[in-house]
Ligand binder design. Structure first.
Ligand code: C2E
Ligand code: CA
Ligand code: CA
Ligand code: CA
Length: 275
């Protein structure tokens, strides 16, 4: 048994070291990227079904790593949140998204993802206001996408911040709706402008009939509360048709367009809705 314990120790230890080493390296690389401008924003169109119109774009961060090439956010946002680097990264995203969107037509909005850590740190309202004033983007063209995890911290402070952002005209969307533990109760606590129905519900549409019922229930509830709905991750026409039939107002997904580089936004705007 003694032997086994020792063998186990020797077997796992180098692996742990390797994981920790990679993490540390990634943190150093993230710090360098913040300093040297190693990030870019991609934009994915949001469509309004009734208006048959492209109404805005969601800003999605990309990291151009000097060695590893393009790294998607799922790989580095969690580490950025753990290390606090999400604060400077989030400030950059806000400034850059507003700057680029200020060059778009005046009826096109930009949606920016805001991490719970940015809310907890307290500076989000001033970050937003300074990004708006330096870009000249009107507040009503900015939408913040938050997840219910922002309520885990301090509900009162969070609500105060949301209300103050709302008061200057910024729109607030609840992202990944339906994936958390108490999504419904958060709908009651704050008047969101929009609810983004998580992709997992859209995936279900092809395979189960209860998927339709979920979409119908969410859109009816949102409507009763005066909130818009948007379905994320719409990939095929069958999903699209169900969503339209069940009264979902807005759509986002590969069916219409993948996220594109900032320059390609103008091409998508010229094409119109493209369906
Ligand atoms: P999210 O906010 O739920 O963003 C939607 C994700 O779904 C994006 O992945 C988008 O590219 C992807 N997507 C869109 N349409 C489809 C589709 O039809 N099918 C499939 N399979 N996927 C689709 P992405 O860009 O890799 O971003 C992943 C997550 O990283 C985001 O999820 C968001 O939570 C986070 N993120 C991205 N940009 C930022 C940012 O600037 N700040 C913060 N805090 N988080 C960000
Ligand atoms: Ca989002
Ligand atoms: Ca989402
Ligand atoms: Ca998500």
């Amino acid at each position: 048994a003694k032997h086994e314990g020792k063998a186990t120790y020797h077997f796992f230890e180098p692996a742990l070291d390797e994981a920790a080493r990679r993490r540390r390296q990634m943190e150093l690389d993230l710090r360098a990227a913040i300093k040297d401008g190693g990030f870019t924003l991609n934009f994915q169109p949001l469509y309004n079904l009734a208006e048959r119109r492209l109404t805005g774009f969601e800003a999605l961060i990309r990291w151009n790593h000097p060695v590893r090439g393009r790294i998607n956010p799922a790989e580095f946002i969690p580490l950025a949140e753990e290390t606090g680097l999400i604060i400077p990264i989030g400030e950059w995203v806000m400034r850059e998204a507003c700057r680029l969107a200020s060059k778009w037509p005046s009826d096109v909005t930009v949606a920016v993802n805001v991490s719970a850590k940015q809310f907890a740190a307290g500076g989000i309202a001033s970050t937003v206001m300074s990004a708006l004033s330096s870009s000249g983007l009107p507040a009503h063209r900015l939408e913040l996408e938050i997840t219910e995890s922002i309520f885990i911290a301090d509900v009162e402070t969070t609500l105060t911040t949301l209300h103050s952002l709302r008061n200057i005209g910024v729109r607030i969307a609840l992202d990944d709706f339906g994936t958390g533990y108490s999504s419904l109760s958060y709908l009651r606590s704050f008047p969101f402008d929009k609810v983004k129905i998580d992709r997992s519900f859209i995936e279900d549409l092809g395979t189960s009939t209860s998927g339709h019922a979920m979409i119908r229930a969410i859109t009816m509830l949102a409507e009763a509360l005066g909130m818009e709905t948007l379905a994320e991750g719409v990939e095929d026409v069958a999903q699209f048709e169900v969503l339209e039939r069940e009264g979902c107002q807005n759509i986002q997904g590969y069916l219409f367009s993948r996220p594109v580089e900032a320059d390609a936004v103008f091409g998508l705007l010229r094409e119109g809705a493209g369906y």
